[in-house]
Design a binder for this molecule. Structure first.
Ligand code: SAH
Ligand code: SF4
Length: 379
């Protein structure tokens, strides 16, 4: 068997898995690959493969995600998992079931441990950058979250030791449905870790079987990444975290705007839209008295119309390091109406899992962050 190196089992390509199996008959790699990805099963569950072989693989590739905390909210429709990686770094994954929308199940994946982008309102940004995640660490989040969901719903066999050991559990049932959608909206900036993220997209598409139109990459606005996505060979969805439609405010909320200001960002979005004909979404976390006034909506209208973009509004989730609150329900609805009246498509996103801190980096954030000053209000 090939020496393991630092990589985990889910980091292996199919060819590398074949090499790792050595003299085993050729169909073994198909059995394992199909079982691990299309069926999302643990090695333990792949009983059609000899036990000795599975054990050798588990010994050679021990690096796997270990769940340290699991919590369930929204009447069992949201599951949040905090994983510890082989080197002790921690990342989180959220699985959301939408019974009203045809039983869709979405997994929100982290692409980095921490994030270097420093957005003031974001718990991950407040904690800083630790390291990039590998392709395997991203794919395994999806498979591991699905397996935990399945075992908790009682709709499948129990998950393997690697997804159960030593975790704290709260809440009850969660969906065991098949994962239908993936969003790269967990911790980290996927475009700053482009190649491993794209490999993860390919694996989820080609081998797990999730359609490109059901995969979304969210970026804070890294223009080179958007340009690469425009030329990529799978038409995945692009979400751009805009939050402000003028450079002064955006520089404060999203510091990377100083590097790629709004006009440069909009040009890259146009390139993506004309190359793919995929409609972009603009994410907008509504922050009370900072970006939730009618003037803010009015500045957003021409940008959204120029790109035929869909605007997703979400009231800011409070984080320990940011002293400003999310907008009130009334303000969220008034802001949405202002946009729709001007012909912009808008969705108000639900604050899934807010009682279990299921926003970007919050489960991990703890209380060590110190509060930063609120951005200056533009008049
Ligand atoms: N780095 C990428 C993807 C991860 S963040 C990006 O920024 O797009 C995923 C989404 O969560 C982004 O739209 C981000 O702006 C948003 N977000 C971060 N902190 C938030 C908070 N406290 N409340 C609401 N949304 C938040
Ligand atoms: Fe990073 Fe996105 Fe958080 Fe900004 S919002 S700090 S880009 S994870």
């Amino acid at each position: 068997m090939t020496p393991p190196g630092a990589r985990g089992l889910y980091d292996l390509t199919r060819a590398e898995l074949g090499e790792a199996l050595g003299d085993e008959p050729g169909y073994r790699v198909d059995q394992l690959w199909e079982g691990m990805y299309a069926q999302m099963r643990s090695l333990e569950e792949l009983t059609n493969v000899p036990k000795g072989l599975r054990q050798r693989l588990a010994d050679a590739y021990p690096n796997t995600l270990r769940p340290t905390t699991q919590s369930v909210s929204d009447n069992g429709d949201t599951l949040k998992v905090l994983w510890e990686l082989a080197d002790g770094a921690t990342v989180e994954t959220v699985l959301m079931h939408y019974p009203q929308q045809g039983g869709r199940t979405t997994v929100c994946v982290s692409s980095q441990a921490g994030c270097a982008m420093g957005c003031s309102f974001c718990a991950t940004g407040q904690a800083g950058f630790e390291r990039h995640l590998s392709t395997g660490e991203m794919v395994e989040q999806v498979i591991g979250a699905h397996r935990i969901g399945r075992s908790r719903s009682g709709s499948g066999s129990t998950s393997s030791g690697s997804t159960n050991s030593g975790s704290t559990i709260s809440g009850n049932r969660v969906s065991g449905n098949r994962v239908s959608n993936i969003v790269f909206m967990g911790m980290g900036e996927p475009m700053a870790n482009f190649d491993p993220t794209w490999e993860a997209v390919r694996r989820l598409h080609d081998d797990v079987g999730i359609g490109a139109r059901h995969i979304t990459i969210s970026t804070v606005g890294l223009v080179p990444g958007i340009r690469r996505l425009a030329e990529a060979d799978l038409p995945v969805n692009l979400a751009v975290s805009l939050h402000a439609a003028d450079d002064d405010l955006r520089n404060e909320l999203v510091p990377i705007n100083r590097r790629w200001p709004l006009e440069v960002l909009m040009e890259a979005c146009e390139q993506y839209f004309s190359a793919t004909r995929r409609r972009i979404s603009f994410e907008w976390a509504l922050i009370s008295d900072v970006n939730d006034r009618f003037e803010d909506a009015d500045r957003l209208v021409p940008l959204a119309r120029r790109l035929s973009a869909h605007v997703n509004l979400i009231p800011l989730n409070p984080t320990p390091g940011y002293e400003v609150r999310g907008s009130s329900r009334n303000r969220v609805h008034a802001f949405a109406r202002r946009l729709t009246d001007a012909g912009v498509n808008v969705t108000i996103r639900d604050t899934r899992g807010s009682d279990i801190d299921a926003a970007c980096g919050q489960l991990r954030a703890g209380h060590e962050a110190t509060a930063v000053r609120a951005p200056r209000r533009l008049s």
